[in-house]
Design a binder for this molecule. Sequence first.
Ligand code: ACO
Ligand code: LMR
Length: 268
Amino acid sequence: GRVRAPTHIISTISDDRGEEPCYAGVPMSSIVEQGYGVGDVISLLWFKRSLPRYCTKFIEICIMLCADHGPCVSGAHNTIVTARAGKDLVSSLVSASETGLLTIGPRFGGAIDDAARYFKDAYDRGLTAYEFVESMKKKGIRVPGIGHRIKRGDNRDKRVELLQLFARTNFPSVKYMEYAVQVETYTLSKANNLVLNVDGAIGSLFLDLLAGSGMFTKQEIDEIIEIGYLNGLFVLARSIGLIGHTFDQKRLKQPLYRHPWEDVLYTK
Ligand code: ACO
Ligand code: LMR
């Protein structure tokens, strides 16, 4: 009989060998004809399945709300500095050390996976918000998804409110989100800047999406959380804004950036 030579690569999400490319078995023509959106394409390429409309809409809202947050945040600031140094689009977007996309990490934008991990673990183990936060403090770990540089208890993050409103209206259950809100209530009693931030809102709500949609087995949910799919939402979203900032600087013909001496504390 015929023997199949072993392959060097295994791939399961897309196929371009036929008459038309397919994403998770869905041909391009269906994607266009059925009016799929970017949320559907993410569902197919990341989760290998079509998700219900409220899920794909939620994914799209996450992308839209995280697309940009002004020029002052770490990622945009560094993209602007790189663009002003005359670098090209891709360099300005990713760039070498600590620039653009590379600033996305545990403190900025990249706390979604850890927020989902810790909230899920604490909720599933039945810890109260108090027990969870205090156990994190004992371990010396900041609660991922909690805290913001400019948002406060009396100046909430509108993005968080919008995501929560959408989920409360459309999701069958928001138990993880409610848990995150309990955590926030407790952390806010300690300090006014310890709000549930957009990473924490997305992390907890994605747990609700995964658990409540009936589209994933328990094992698949654990795998998604373990691998860490969710920071991908922020990386993808913020790329839109960072590309915009690069074009903006080039359009404005901004010169090389140099940080003002007055803004540095020179000390020994
Ligand atoms: N959990 C517990 N305590 C906290 C937390 C937290 N998440 N955040 C701040 N604190 C407390 C700590 O006591 C901290 O003191 P420490 O430095 O000894 O740990 C104190 O508040 C002051 O911390 P700062 O670093 O001054 O707070 P800052 O305003 O710089 O921090 C930040 C903001 C980086 C977001 C922080 O709250 C944090 O690390 N949060 C967890 C990571 C996270 O969720 N990041 C995503 C932010 S949203 C986004 O980027 C889109
Ligand atoms: C963001 O989305 O970039 C922010 O929440 C971070 C910030 O400091 O505003």
